[in-house]
Design a protein around this ligand. Structure first.
Ligand code: FE2
Length: 303
């Protein structure tokens, strides 16, 4: 309850969406200046809840960047820059356009699997932010799942088994989307990376499970031949509804998430146009496990 008091003293109303994660923040207007106390409370709220949603924020692009700066992790190059995107926004290389595309009347979504943004980087983005302009009248939600709950729910034997493992990601989310309006070469052409399967969050110190269903394996350091089944079992944990929250879109919504604390997934169930602008904030350092092993480029052992 102490946290609730802190938020209130900063003038914020933080309403939890689900027990495991997610909160909606009201009583704040990002077209107006935000106090330092409010900024600190917003950063804390994101760490406490993993995902925050703000409604009715009819902000300009400059105000959107000011909002993102509240959560910046690094002074130099706080934003990932998107110079090679198909539909750049002039003067705003920080903004990535997210445009829905349809094939045979059905939305064609790159992100309809459980994933972590920028997972092929040795330093995945710390925070992702989406701001909506127009959205379908129904459908097109984004679903989030807690990496902390997914870890904590494992049995002790599995926790011990995976504590020091690294997992390899070698397959891009959208390799088959080279003709897409959302294809960004720098996102989709990185070589394989090995991430610690159990990471320590750099700010909260919590252990979190970092195994996506997009991981192609193997587990580095895992003896035996059942790594495929283990990866599948761990990725499935994120599909438990009690670890999730689901956020529906309205125009002028901002959704922000900590990319280590949660995984997310798009729901491709709509057939009307949707347009959002995304920003991603650079992480201060590469992810690490408790033993100090950090994310790194990976090459298979010669046979
Ligand atoms: Fe994503």
């Amino acid at each position: 309850m102490a946290k609730e008091v802190e938020y209130k003293s900063a003038g914020l109303n933080v309403r939890r969406l689900q027990p495991a994660l997610g909160a909606e923040v009201t009583d704040v207007d990002f077209t107006q200046p935000v106090s330092e106390e409010q900024k600190a409370a917003l950063r804390q709220a994101l760490l406490d809840h993993g995902v925050l949603v703000f409604r009715d924020q009819d902000i300009s692009r400059d105000q959107y960047i000011d909002f993102a700066m509240i959560f910046a992790k690094t002074k130099e190059n706080p934003f990932v820059q998107w110079k090679d995107q198909p539909e750049p926004i002039e003067g705003y290389p920080e903004l990535l356009t997210v445009i829905s595309e349809f094939k045979d009347g059905k939305v064609y979504a790159a992100a309809d699997v459980w994933h972590t943004d920028d997972v092929m980087s040795t330093k995945p983005t710390a925070i992702t932010i989406l701001r909506s302009y127009y959205v379908p009248s129904i459908g097109g939600d984004t679903v989030f799942s807690s990496a902390v709950a997914a870890y904590e729910g494992l049995d002790e034997e599995t926790k011990a088994e995976i504590e020091d493992l690294e997992i390899v990601y070698a397959r891009h989310l959208s390799e088959d989307r080279k003709d897409s309006k959302n294809y960004v070469p720098s996102l989709f052409t990185q070589p394989p990376v090995a991430h610690p399967a159990v990471q320590i969050h750099p700010e909260t110190g919590q252990r979190l499970l970092f195994v996506n269903e997009t991981a192609s394996g193997p587990f580095v350091g895992h003896e035996g031949d059942r790594w495929d089944a283990l990866r599948e079992k761990l990725a499935q944990e994120f599909k438990r509804p009690e670890y999730q929250c689901r956020i529906g879109w309205k125009p002028n919504s901002i959704v922000i998430w900590d990319n280590a604390l949660v995984q997310h997934r798009a729901v491709p169930d709509y057939d009307e146009p949707r347009y959002l602008e995304r920003m991603t904030l650079t992480a201060a350092e590469q992810p690490t496990n408790a033993a100090g092993t950090r994310s790194r480029r990976w090459e298979p052992e010669p046979a």
